[in-house]
Design a protein around this ligand. Structure first.
Ligand code: PGA
Length: 227
């Protein structure tokens, strides 16, 4: 099956830069999921959209928040939840993540739940990834839990060009898949033209969440050719 590829542009691009980027991106023959900054969602058509976040609250008096209802009306199909940058800079905890997932499900938006080990797996494999996932999605009804896409994203690998070894990846993805048999599981964190060589060898990876490399169309084209 074709790998799912989610492009996270984070807080990059002015409006004009984004329009130029989108035009070039559409020339690549691949069914990407694109997660641009909130305002650009409304400028985009012809490509599956993800939001980089979603409000934990329903629509109403929550200044500055973007509700699931608003995202649904923009035909957003996916929402990235709990990215490590949100955990780090906005102190998102398990309760907030659970609420955000509920808002997604109420609005037919598929949550892409990012989860990281707390321990640097290059220094010793940590076992808590399954426990951490269970803390967020363990209490969901089976029919809802299986809708969640899990993105395993070691926080120390994001934007650093570092990556777990092949052995660690096989072990971690094996463990996640063993416990969440019906969920799609992506890898994110320094997916680039070098690391893809190792990532490709891990059969259990269903796709990739790509940050920095996704901003460069030429590199993205090259990456697609390598997958
Ligand atoms: P990166 O970001 O590809 O730049 O490491 C990945 C992410 O933030 O999900």
């Amino acid at each position: 099956m074709r790998k799912m590829i989610v492009l996270n542009s984070k807080s990059n691009f002015t409006k004009d830069e984004y329009i130029k980027y989108l035009k070039e991106l559409k020339k690549i023959k691949y069914d990407f999921v694109l997660a641009p900054s909130y305002p650009y969602l409304a400028l985009t058509s012809g490509i599956a959209l993800a939001s980089q976040d979603i409000s934990q609250f329903p629509s109403g008096a929550y200044t500055g928040e973007v509700s699931g209802n608003a995202l649904k009306s923009l035909e957003v199909k996916y929402a990235i939840i709990g990215h490590s940058e949100r955990v780090k800079y906005f102190n998102e905890n398990g309760k907030i993540l659970r609420e955000k997932i509920e808002r997604c499900l109420e609005n037919d938006i598929t949550p892409i739940l990012c989860m990281s080990e707390t321990v640097d797996v290059t220094k010793g494999v940590s076992n808590n990834i399954v426990q951490k996932l269970n803390n967020v999605i363990g209490r969901l009804k089976e029919k809802d839990r299986k809708k969640v896409i899990i993105a395993y994203e070691p926080y120390w690998a994001i934007g650093t060009n570092k990556m777990p070894t092949l052995e660690c990846l096989n072990k971690i993805f094996g463990k996640i898949k063993e416990n969440f048999k019906e969920n799609k599981v992506l890898y994110g964190g320094s997916v680039n033209l070098e690391t893809i060589k190792t990532l490709k060898k891990v059969d259990l990876i269903d796709g990739y969440l790509i940050g920095s490399l996704s901003l460069n169309i030429d590199s993205l084209k090259e990456l697609i050719n390598k997958i």
